[in-house]
Write a protein that binds this ligand. Sequence first.
Ligand code: NFS
Ligand code: SF4
Length: 610
Amino acid sequence: MKEKAKSDGVETVWDRFEEQQPQCGFGQLGLCCRNCNMGPCRIDPFGEGPSKGVCGATAGTIVSRNLIRMTAAGAAAHSDHGRETALVFKEIVEGEVPGYEIKDEAKLNSIASRLGVNTDREIEEVAKDVAEIALEDFGKQDDEVISFANAYAPESLQQVWQELDVAPRNIDREVVEIMHRTHMGVDADPLNLNLQGIRAALGDGWGGSLIGTEFSDVMFGTPEPVESSANLGVLEENKVNVITHGHVPILSEKIVEAAEDEEMIELAKSKGADGIVVAGMCCTGNEIIMRHGIPTAGNFLQQELAITTGAVDAMVVDYQCIMPSLTDVADCYHTKVITTSEKAKLPGAEHIEFDPAKADKIAKQIIKTAIENYPARKEEKIGIPEEKMDGVVGFSVESIVDALGGSLDPLLEAIKEGQIKGIAGIVGCNNPKVEHDEGHVEVAKKLIANDILVVGTGCWSIAAMKDGLFKPEAAELAGDGLQAVCEQLEIPPCLHMGSCVDNTRILVAVSAIAEALGVEPSQLPVAGAAPEWMSEKAVSIGTYFVASGIFTVLGTTPPVLGSNEVVKLLTEDIEEVTGGKFAVESTPNEIADLMLDHIASKRKELLGER
Ligand code: NFS
Ligand code: SF4
């Protein structure tokens, strides 16, 4: 597809990455500051030029401020998505959004019970209280920990947060406080700054993102194992192809429904197409593949290539991880890029604003726009690659417990017996700094070969699926112990747990395992990795995992190397307080080795293995 792009005269992310070389060394090290107009300032990493900004800020201050601003943006993105989900949920209760409903009452009741809401009532009453508590977590003004974190996080973790004074008080407030503290002349202490970064990240993982996951499950159903397929080959030449790209299932769910509407299918046929294909991309793709088995066209680095097939009639986007280049690429073909959120418009795109109150009508309008664009295809430019891969997805915590026969015990037993040595979470993006998907796939393969059960989310899961790792037969690539477990339970060795907000499913799973064993999450043979991360959301995710006791390996270097103090804080000191820490390794082999070493040492401590 890269070659097709070249011959069609399309510039891609890889071309622009080349053009950016060499990338700015100050930026890579995190040593430039533009937080006020006495600057911009930069610190000389070699100690020959300035060691302080105009205001006197040191490398440690500047690196920390920059890093936690990344966390703030990431937490804001996830949590704004979470808020939108909670608001639609509230509107269901108020009867304002006829297109949505409470689909999974059992899930709602389980959330309510965790939150201490009386479930012995009409479901609407329960829903009303749960929605209220969630929305309060975004705006309450006391200093108590947010209700969702309090309800979901293990006691032991919450104690650590209290001692460190990083328990999130309000999802929005922690983000705002980062912006305040990093304003010129406020917080200059690297440790203090990073603690606030942790607090905002915890507000994301145990707050905003968690609310996103839980309410999506209630409204659209908790995922259960379902077969589907992934890669550009899911597009079909003789059908209207609609790609739904972005993050929030509130829109993509409706697109899926509208495309199944008889009237729409008839309209497509009247334009000469055989039908309509909806395919996902990035995390909104993960949402609909998890719940409905809707195929996924690809992950982050495939968004331009999808349009390059010449067969995408509309690419419908909501927000996050949407390259502004899409409209340029679309110019070379007939594709309509349709933006739908007032928060995310692209110059050159068609804007059809989504409104949950008129969801069905607008979704149909979008599908209709795609259908009407079908005859505009440029035949000579169509080239859909054949590649696609099948697999099983849909592993929510609930469905994993079901697959285990109703309790976690068989998994705990397999871990104790050593059939499964540990659990690894692999998550995060693609990044042109890494060969596309190689980090994701190779780390996963090495881990399963060593009897580590792999779970994951986001663009990792799409990479894993394309490589066949979600096929039950992939168990053949696993070590003998893991293979036997997979065969017995009829599950693949790598489990798709959802979108990036669904990393909260991993938090919940790890918490449940720790509680069942009566230990802290940091004592478990568990490790995480983000081999190809690029987004600020990934910074927040990594931080909340580390602050929840999980050893986390990054495959691309975050912009912190300009301060030894900050590096030491994140890769050493933090372990003494939260039990988790960061590491950075560039090759998949080394990433996996670090995780395997960590898991082995935790087994030794926990189970007395030599
Ligand atoms: Ni996650 Fe999902 Fe992909 Fe990275 Fe972007 S789609 S929210 S941020 S690029 S994994
Ligand atoms: Fe320079 Fe300080 Fe202003 Fe940053 S805040 S730009 S270091 S003067």
